[in-house]
Design a protein around this ligand. Structure first.
Ligand code: BES
Ligand code: MN
Ligand code: ZN
Length: 487
């Protein structure tokens, strides 16, 4: 497990803080809320030049003579007063720019808002994340300590921000670790073990093995998993607070490797990153692990649909018909549209629990990357009110999500000649919408949102506070949404 830096809030004099770097925000007009410190360093103005102009993502390191910190880092926050998303991005970019050069940092802030202070810590933690499990040399240069340097009157909010961010970012680190791990190391069964180890006592863990999946007639998971020597699993995580305020189900796509099966993946999207096809499950597992510490009042059931999509003599074929947990028959037109098959079982099981809402997270289609780029996730729904709750939480979390339509007019194209529904459309384009329409069949009337995180779950290029690799997409949004249900 990648260790989260320790967070602490302090109201001590910032110039006395013995850290490697002291981060202070500067906007493009040269406004710095901690000018006194700059003056103590001998600067009368912010040292703008062509490399540092105060834009978001820029940072400038000054030598720290005269104060306890080794250096002061000016962090661009763009125009005017920064919002939370800017704080998150700016703090994260600065931490990434520091790289191996800072084991401890302090971030100066004049805010007394828990969300704003939390965004600074989130950004710093996100930018500091490194997946080093696969390296022979231990990582000795990772950021270990983050101080929020504030005044007395901000201390209470800063402490609350530290407490909350510790929980949410530990969860996000878990989601990233699971997703970054190589596919050989994360069979469906191994995923269940990882989840079990990561769960606090308050979370009940249940694992459905092949025999149980047979009993439950979970034909989607069994069909997709058939081609692999590593059999599928359904992982069910239950959080039951006293006197719960409602019940929601989270369902994650958990394809530990997606080769495409017999309809082997075309050159694009590349198979080389298909270890990330379980990122939805990773977000569900991660979010579940954080619920007790966040004192979420809603009962939550987390469902991870875990299977490996491989070609072999045992694999399911295009043209096969399978029967999912809820009794629906599905014609498999293309074995590479496997996510919706395993989710059919997970959603069917979720629906049988009669929850108030279902949210699924899935790296479902490459199409969502064409539509929304790899920045954003597509949000599809049968309930616009629930969708708007999720989008609000996404916005506040800095996880771009955008509504996509489930047009009834498209639904005909999933009609099958031989089964109730088929897993592939023939119409040109719109694969993301067809994915959503397919899933909608399995939730019935339960309010539901489908998040296609195929793009957002993984970044090939470091961006803002995100280092290369898994992003943990959806984890923060889900936790914020659930926390908001407490109010
Ligand atoms: N796992 C892929 C989708 C994906 C693509 C995830 C790129 C992450 C990055 C999914 O199982 C898949 O193969 N989707 C096909 C669907 C098609 C066969 C209907 C796709 O998007 O091409
Ligand atoms: Mn696929
Ligand atoms: Zn897939």
């Amino acid at each position: 497990m990648t260790a989260l830096p320790a967070f602490r809030a302090t109201a001590d004099d910032a110039s006395g803080l013995a850290v490697d770097a002291l981060l202070i925000g500067v906007n493009t007009s040269g406004v710095c809320a901690h000018e006194a410190l700059l003056r103590a360093l001998g600067y009368r103005d912010v040292p703008f030049d062509e490399t540092f102009t105060g834009r978001v993502g820029e940072s400038l390191r000054l030598a720290g003579s005269g104060i306890a910190a080794r250096s002061v880092v000016l962090v661009g926050v763009g125009e005017g007063e920064p919002g939370d998303d800017v704080r998150r991005k700016a703090a994260g970019s600065a931490v990434r720019a520091l790289g191996d050069d800072a084991r401890s940092i302090a971030i100066l802030s004049t805010s007394d808002d828990v969300d704003s202070l939390g965004a600074l810590l989130e950004g710093a933690a996100s930018g500091a994340y490194r997946f080093t499990e696969g390296r022979s040399e231990p990582d000795r240069t990772a950021l270990r300590r983050v101080l929020l340097a504030v005044d007395d009157h901000q201390l209470k909010a800063a402490r609350a921000a530290a407490r909350r961010t510790r929980t949410t970012m530990a969860a996000e680190y878990l989601a990233r670790d699971l997703t970054n791990r190589p596919p050989a190391d994360k069979s469906p069964a191994a995923m269940c073990d990882f989840a079990r180890r990561a769960m606090p006592d308050e979370i009940e863990v249940e694992v459905w093995d092949e025999a149980r999946l047979e009993d439950e007639k979970a034909g989607g998971l069994l069909g997709v998993g058939k081609g692999s020597s590593r059999p599928p699993r359904m992982l069910i995580l239950r959080y039951r607070p006293d006197d719960p305020a409602g019940h929601v189900a989270l369902v994650g796509k958990g394809i530990v490797f997606d080769s495409g099966g017999i309809d082997l993946k075309r050159p694009w999207p590349s198979m080389a990153t298909m270890k990330t096809d379980m990122a939805g499950s990773a977000a569900v597992i991660a979010a579940m692990s954080a619920l007790p510490a966040l004192k979420v009042k809603t009962a939550v059931t987390g469902i991870a649909c875990l299977a490996e999509n491989m070609p072999s003599g045992e694999a399911q074929r295009p043209g096969d018909v399978l029967r999912t947990l809820d009794g629906t028959t599905v014609e498999v037109r293309n074995t590479d549209a496997e996510g919706r098959l395993v989710l059919a079982d997970g959603l069917g099981y979720a629906r049988s629990l009669d929850p108030d809402a279902i949210v699924d997270l899935a790296t479902l289609t490459g199409g969502v990357i064409y539509a929304l780029s790899d920045l954003a996730s597509g949000a599809m729904t049968n309930d616009v009110e629930l969708q708007s709750e999720i989008l609000t939480a996404a916005e506040a979390s800095g996880e771009p999500m955008w509504p996509l339509p489930l047009w009834e007019d498209l639904r005909y194209d999933l009609d099958s000649d031989v089964a109730d529904i088929r897993n592939l459309n023939t119409a040109h384009g719109g694969s993301t919408l067809f994915g959503g329409l397919f899933l909608r069949h399995f939730v019935g009337d339960v309010p539901w949102v489908h998040l296609d995180i195929a793009g957002a779950s993984y970044t090939k290029k470091a961006r803002h506070h995100y280092p290369v690799g898994a992003t943990g997409a959806g984890t923060r949004t889900i936790l914020r949404w659930l926390a908001a249900r407490n109010d």
